[in-house]
Structure formats: structure tokens, C-alpha cells
Design a protein around this ligand. Structure first.
Ligand SMILES: O=C[C@H](O)[C@H](O)COP(=O)(O)O
Ligand SMILES: C=C(OP(=O)(O)O)C(=O)O
Length: 449
């Protein structure tokens, strides 16, 4: 990792540790200049908002609420448009309504949004027709286009990431507090959708029930403004530590460090080394922290992560996001949950049913089967229900657009359809109809549990 000459950040403990998956910036002077600017930019979120999310996640850890975390695999600068942001938010709001109403549980809504611009990769390079170039690491680092110019890491992209995150968050705040997310709009969110899809019709029936519940509450004199705004939080993988460090500030109230680039940040499966910089970074900032746990995670590793990141065993501080794969979850998760519970830690457990279920179709598209996604969530619920612990939420890659990236779903996408609208910059996402299907099925699982 680059050493920042600026004394405001050079003392951070994670700077001296090995950091996996970092870009090789060719021009360290240019990098230094961008980071120095970023350090002076206003925070994207406030420390108090991060604390509030920690409180909400504490309720999840206690079994009193459910997390819906979702958004693109990789946000792109071109994707910062009002339509794309509104469609994603609308999908999340519809899923949240389904979960709240059908599962009767408060839903903590967290976007993989306004900062999800950096990607860890399996290989550092990509070869096409005998030409080898650096792999695409997300719009914060390089471009997707397969040319030497686009693939060369450019630190100016970190500045663009800040502005893209800021513009996204600004619109999300406007939508969620300015009336668009008002619960009385449940039908409006579905208008362009209902005639087109079975899940849209199912949603419309549920929205009618919500209408009559709202009418009942109005008759009981419940203040309608109670339904006007929605709490919505932003999260991303804290991957490029130069950026996250430049966005780390001391809270004037408490003197504690917060990463003000998002409310919650998570550490990925490829960067959760106990002696690495990412875990040390997560340990030092006060944001609620997520850590991805893949199928090779040992209970000892999970316990050591708790000791490092949540030494005070504070509910809401640490969320384990398991991503085992449908074929492994029933075998691997029980021991992890048992040992973590026995240790007295109160983590929130949420299920990422995407990252353990990716495969390459014959056409060369990376894809996921909706049935595998669903089966992993089912396995997650089965394990927690058998152990008497709380299945605390789902973490999904989705978009509000009608893409054809994952196969299956009620409005079925076939392998032969993948080429039609395959638009992801990295991994395949559920489209809007598949996302709603998932929400209905998860709500059933939750209610039955
Ligand atoms: O989103 C997650 C990772 O970045 C992605 O799964 C890595 O994929 P790769 O194996 O194509 O590098
Ligand atoms: C890279 C990701 O996941 P994981 O670290 O679980 O592979 C991701 O969620 O974008």
C-alpha cells in the first residue's frame, strides 16, 4: 500500500501491514495528489448515522429485525443516472415491503450502493486472443474496456468514485426522505411492472392488503407522516485502502475514527487475513463492519475475527455475511454458528447466496441459478432454525433493470437468454422480477420459522 506523506493519515496502524488485492498505481505522485484532495472533501455520511445503523444491527443480532442488503456487484460511473438509481432503490423498497408485511419483521435496508466501485479478483490479469492486460478491478481503479489505456489503474478514478458516490447518495436521500419512498406509494413503485411479471402481480395483491391496513391505521388516527420516510443506509466493500483511509476521519464528538465513505463497510472473502491491513482497518474504525465468510472458514478464524474486530462483544458491531454455496452451507455453517454462539459473541448472521453459486455457462457468461440462490437461503434458515439462532438477513447482488444475467426465476430466464441483456461489469445480478420472487420466498421461510 502507498504510504501517504500527509501526517493526518500516516499514523494509521493498518498502513504498515500487507494489503491484498490493491491496485498497482503506476504514478505515485498523481495518487498522492488525489488522496490529499480526498482527505479535505466533506464526509459522505455522518458518524451519528453509522452509530444508528449499529443500533439497528444490534436489533438484528438480538433476533428482532432482518437485514435486506443489496445492489450491484460493481457500480459503474456510467450507471450514475436517475433512472438506474431509482430502479434499484424501487426494487429494494418493494422487497423490503414484502418482507416487512409478509414476514412481519422490521427490515433494516442497506444498499450495496454509493461506493461499491472496487472489485477483488481471482487473477491479476486477463488474456484475450493472446493479449494479456491487467484485470478490471472496478471503476474506482480502471476501465472495463479491454485496451491497455483503459486497464491501466488511474488514481483520478478515486476522485470520480467520491463524486459518483456523493451524487448517488444525494439522490437516494432525496428519494427516501422526499416522498417517493412513502409507504402510500406501494402501488406506484409497481406500476411499470405489474402487467409484465408473475411476481409483479403477486406484489400488487400484497400492496392492496397494505392499502387496507393503512386505511385502518388512518381511521385509528395514526399520523400518516409516520409512513413518509424510510431509513436507508449505504454500504460497500472496503477494498482499496488508499481511498478508505483518505475518507477516514476523527469524529469531533468522541475522537473515534469513522470511515465516512459509507455507513457500513465490509471485508471480503479474499481480504480477511487476520494479519492483513483490511482486518486491522476494520478493527480501528467505529462503523458497523461486515466480514464475508466462505466455505473454507474455520471456527478458529471466525473467533479470531471477533476478537480483533469486536473485542467488546457489542451487538451490531460485527455482521458475518456467509457465502458458502448451496452445496456446502448445511455442512459448514452449523459448527461456525455453534462455536461463535458458545463464545458469547452477539454477531448478526446474514446470508449472501450469490458468491458461492457462480458458474460459467457454455456461452462464456458468468451466471447463477435462481434455484441455487434460493437453496442456499433455505440452507441458511434450516441451520439457524435447528440451532435456535437468528437468520438475520440476506445480502444480494441485484439491479432494478430487466437484465438477463442469472438463470431461472418465476419469469424464467434460460441459459440461451443470457446474451440478451447481460450488462454487469463483474458478477451476474438478479433482475427485478427475480429479486421480488426471492423476497416472497424469504418472507415465507421467515414466517414459517
Ligand atoms: O464480486 C466478486 C468478485 O469480484 C468476483 O467474484 C471475482 O470474480 P473473478 O473470479 O472473475 O475474478
Ligand atoms: C467480492 C464479493 O464477495 P466475496 O468477498 O464474498 O467474494 C462481493 O460481495 O462483491
Amino acid at each position: 500500500m502507498t504510504v501517504n506523506a500527509d501526517t493526518t493519515t500516516s499514523g494509521y496502524s493498518w498502513r504498515s501491514l500487507p494489503a491484498a488485492q490493491q491496485p498497482e498505481w503506476p504514478d505515485s505522485e498523481a495518487l498522492r495528489a488525489v488522496l490529499a484532495d480526498l482527505e479535505t472533501y466533506p464526509p459522505l455520511v455522518f458518524a451519528g448515522e453509522c452509530d444508528q445503523l449499529r443500533d439497528r444491527l444490534a436489533a438484528v443480532a438480538r433476533g428482532e429485525a432482518f437485514v435486506l442488503q443489496g445492489g450491484d456487484c460493481a457500480e459503474t460511473f456510467d450507471g450514475v443516472s436517475a433512472d438506474a438509481i431509482r430502479n434499484k432503490l424501487k426494487t429494494l423498497l418493494q422487497m423490503a415491503v414484502v418482507l416487512t408485511y409478509a414476514a412481519k419483521v422490521p427490515v433494516v435496508k442497506i444498499g450495496r450502493m454509493a461506493g461499491q466501485y472496487s472489485k477483488p479478483r481471482s487473477k491479476p490479469t486477463e488474456t484475450r486472443d493472446g493479449v494479456t492486460l491487467p484485470v478490471y478491478r472496478g471503476d474506482s481503479v480502471n476501465g472495463l474496456e479491454f485496451t491497455p489505456e483503459a486497464r491501466t489503474p488511474d488514481p483520478e478514478r478515486l476522485r470520480r468514485m467520491y463524486h459518483a458516490s456523493s451524487a448517488t447518495l444525494n439522490l437516494v436521500r432525496a428519494f427516501t426522505t422526499g416522498g417517493y419512498a412513502d409507504l402510500r406509494q406501494v402501488h406506484a413503485w409497481n406500476q411499470d411492472f405489474v402487467a409484465l411479471s408473475p411476481s409483479g402481480e403477486r406484489y400488487e395483491r400484497l400492496a392492496r392488503e397494505i392499502d387496507s391496513a393503512l386505511a385502518f391505521m388512518r381511521a385509528c388516527n395514526v399520523d400518516p407522516d409516520e409512513f413518509r420516510t424510510v431509513e436507508f443506509y449505504a454500504s460497500h466493500e472496503a477494498l482499496v485502502l488508499d481511498y478508505e483511509t483518505a475518507m477516514t476521519r476523527r469524529d469531533s464528538r468522541t475522537g473515534l475514527l469513522y470511515d465516512v465513505s459509507g455507513h457500513m463497510v465490509w471485508i471480503g472473502e479474499r481480504t480477511r487475513q487476520l494479519d492483513g491491513a483490511h482486518v486491522e482497518f476494520a478493527a480501528q474504525v467505529r462503523n458497523p463492519i461486515g466480514v464475508k465468510l466462505g466455505p473454507t472458514t474455520t471456527p478458529e478464524e471466525a473467533l479470531a475475527l471477533i476478537d480483533r474486530i469486536d473485542p467488546n462483544r457489542e451487538p451490531g458491531r460485527l455482521t458475518f455475511i456467509t457465502r458458502m454455496g448451496a452445496g456446502r452451507i448445511r455442512e459448514v455453517l452449523p459448527t461456525l454458528v455453534e462455536k461463535v454462539t458458545a463464545s458469547g459473541a452477539q454477531v448478526a448472521w446474514i446470508c449472501d447466496p450469490m458468491h458461492g453459486n457462480t458458474f460459467e455457462a457454455a456461452s462464456g457468461h458468468k451466471t447463477r441459478r435462481f434455484d441455487d440462490v434460493l437453496d442456499e437461503v433455505k440452507g441458511f434458515f434450516e441451520v439457524h432454525q435447528a440451532l435456535g439462532t437468528h437468520p438475520g438477513g440476506i445480502h444480494v447482488e441485484l439491479t432494478g433493470d430487466d437484465v438477463t444475467e442469472c438463470v431461472g426465476g418465476g419469469d424464467e430466464i434460460f441459459v440461451d437468454d443470457l446474451h440478451q441483456r447481460y450488462e454487469t461489469a463483474c458478477d451476474p445480478r438478479l433482475n427485478r422480477s427475480q429479486s421480488l420472487d426471492l423476497a416472497f420466498l424469504v418472507a415465507e421461510m421467515y414466517r414459517n420459522g
